[in-house]
Every structure is written in C-alpha cells, then in structure tokens.
Design a protein around this ligand. Structure first.
Ligand SMILES: N[C@@H](CCC(=O)N[C@@H](CS)C(=O)NCC(=O)O)C(=O)O
Length: 340
C-alpha cells in the first residue's frame, strides 16, 4: 500500500477511487472497536508534527489528533500516528489507512465535492505567500517574474500561482517535490529562487534556516487558505464527532476553560458551562461519545488558544499573533455554533 501511495503524486488521482456509501455510525463504531485513532501526520514539519527529545510527537496537527482521541476514548494518547507526505494524505483517508489526515490540507470546492472527503474546521485560516533569497533583491510578488518556485506535489499552490501570475502577465517555473522537507533543502541550497506555502509555515521554516536573515517572506499573499484535518465523508456520525471536537476547542477558548482551571470549572453553577462540560444533559452521548468528552479534550490538549500558543504563538519559537485565527469576539474568524 505504501508503494502504491508513494506513486500517487497528484491528489486528483484519488477521485477515481471507489465511491463511498453513507453508513451512519460505521466508521465511528470501527474506530471505537479498535480502541485507537489512526492519524496521518507529517514526518518532521515544524509546528505541525515533530518528535521531541522524549520521542513524543508535538505539533498543531498532532494536537488535533490527540483532542479527537481524548473525545473518543478519554485518552489523548490513544492515537497511532502514521507519518506521510502531503500527496499520500488524502488517498490514505480514502483507503481507510488512517481515520484522519492532519496535514494542513486546504479546503476547496473541488476536493470537497469530487473526492468524497470531509474537512474539519477550518482549524487554520491563512494566506499563501512566498519566501525568497534576499540576494535576489525581490521585495514583492511582481519582482518574481521568471522565478523558479519550489512547491509540493499535489497541493493547490501550483494552480493558485499559475492563475495569479497569468492574470498579471508574469511567468514562473514550478519545481515540484513530494517531500516538503526536501524542497526546503533545495530552496535553501539555492536550487529554486522562491519557496511557497502558507505564511505561518514559511515563518517556522525560516527560523530553521542556517541564516534566517538571508530570507525574506513577503507580506503580500496571493491566495487565501482555509485548512483543516481531512476525514472520509461516508459516516455522518463520524463527521459530526470530528467537527464538534474542533468546535469544543474553540468553545473552550471562548469560555476560557483550560487545563489549569478545568477542575474548578466543573463545579460551576452556570448552566451554559454545565451543558458544555456534560455536567448536565446528554449532548455527548447523543453523538456517540462519553458525555464528558469536552472535559477529556481540555485535559488532553487544552483549548484552541493553548494549541495555537504552543505551536505558533508566544510559547513557540515563531511567536505569531493569532491573526485571522483569533476568536470572532476578538476580531478573528474562529467561532463555534451554539452548544445546545
Ligand atoms: N495547504 C495546501 C498546500 C500548501 C503547502 O505547500 N503546504 C504544505 C506542503 S506539505 C506545507 O508547506 N507544509 C508546511 C511545511 O512544509 O513547513 C494544500 O492543501 O494544497
């Protein structure tokens, strides 16, 4: 299967994979029976999935896998992590090799409607941008006419650049890699003039370059990116679970519930909080989860803000502001539907 997946370089190929039939509860039951979530993550991509000194996976995508495992099993460690490249992610969900692929995959109308996949979130709102070698003297996208651009195979990036450049009578040469780490090596060694990705990822990558000051990330973005983990679209109950785990992280952020205050919060008399934490009513059970699934998520990973701060924010090396990923009440785009 690995070899087969490796050969699939264009995500479009998976459109031809077998059609899925909607069966309520089938995937959810299978995962529960297995007792572990199978989650596809990158092999060593900063802020998304890296192994720490103790051999434990850390990262934004990793945290989403742990949050989902905590909701399902009351244990954020009930995850089998399967490392993969971007191009392998969606086929691996489709073939059921993994239950979820957390590879910062951009949600698009084509992927949603043609591939039989469901998108969780968006867990990350961002824009596609460029990082260039300072020695090129380029400071804006218009300076990139004729540039060679390192991209990852199967991503939306190439077609987005192509539209943006052709609308402005600019040309470029894409240099495609299956492995994102390899493309950064090539870029750093000067084999491409430019590397492109969502802006926060460019920031985390620049920090790891031998001479970060030799690289410029343009402020301009050439396309928006609405990203999230991907699951199979065949079991509405499973889709609900995955979606509401994301909303639970956002709602806990809105309520200010975190790993430090969760025990205190469980004593609350506030009916909104009691309902959210499963102290009253049976919202979790109705979805096929333990009634205290939100508590288990918070204990395992903290809320959305904790996940952001650890991986992209002030507790991380790159120290990015929440920006578009701030809660709606703080001027951002993240919010959760009503918890009732
Ligand atoms: N999110 C885009 C892909 C943009 C992109 O190139 N993202 C990945 C490629 S594997 C990335 O740069 N990841 C972060 C990194 O390598 O640092 C998509 O879904 O097509």
């Amino acid at each position: 299967m690995r070899t087969l997946l490796k050969s699939i370089l264009a995500a479009g190929v998976i459109a031809a994979a077998s059609a899925t039939t909607a069966t309520a509860g089938a995937i959810l039951d299978e995962i529960k029976e297995r007792g572990k979530l199978r989650c596809g993550i990158y092999q060593n991509v900063p802020a998304l999935a890296t192994l720490d000194d103790q051999g434990r996976w850390q990262g934004f995508d990793v945290d989403y896998c742990r949050a989902l495992a905590a909701a399902l099993f009351g244990d954020g460690d009930a995850v089998e992590f399967v490392t993969m490249t971007f191009a392998q992610g969606m086929p691996a969900v489709k073939s059921r090799e993994v239950d979820m692929a957390g590879l910062a995959i951009t949600y698009t109308i084509g992927r949603d409607s043609e591939l039989g996949l469901d998108f969780v979130g968006p867990t990350l709102y961002s824009g596609h941008g460029f990082m260039v070698h300072k020695r090129t003297g380029a400071t804006k996208i218009a300076d990139l006419n004729g540039a060679s651009v390192c991209v990852v195979a199967g991503t939306v990036t190439d077609s987005l650049i192509s539209d943006y450049f052709s609308a402005r009578n600019l040309t470029y040469t894409p240099v495609a890699f299956e492995n994102t780490n390899q493309r950064y090596e090539y870029y750093e060694n000067g084999r491409c003039d430019v590397v492109t990705s969502e802006i926060p990822f460019l920031g985390t990558r620049r920090l790891r370059m031998k001479n970060p000051d030799d690289h410029v990330i343009f402020e301009e973005v050439f396309a928006k990116s609405h990203m999230g983990p991907v699951i199979l679209e065949s079991d509405p109950q499973w889709s609900n679970v995955a979606r509401w785990v994301h909303y639970a992280l956002i709602q806990a952020d809105e309520f200010g519930i975190n790993q430090e205050n969760i025990d205190e919060m469980l004593k609350t008399e506030d009916p909104e909080l009691q309902r959210f934490l499963g102290v009253t009513e049976t919202l979790g059970e109705k979805m096929g989860l333990p009634n205290d699934f939100t508590v288990n998520i918070i204990r395992a990973t903290g809320n959305y803000d904790d996940i952001w701060e650890r991986n992209f924010g002030m507790k991380s090396a790159v120290k990015l502001p929440r920006g578009l990923n701030a809660l709606a009440k703080d001027g951002g785009l993240q919010w959760a539907p009503n918890w009732r």
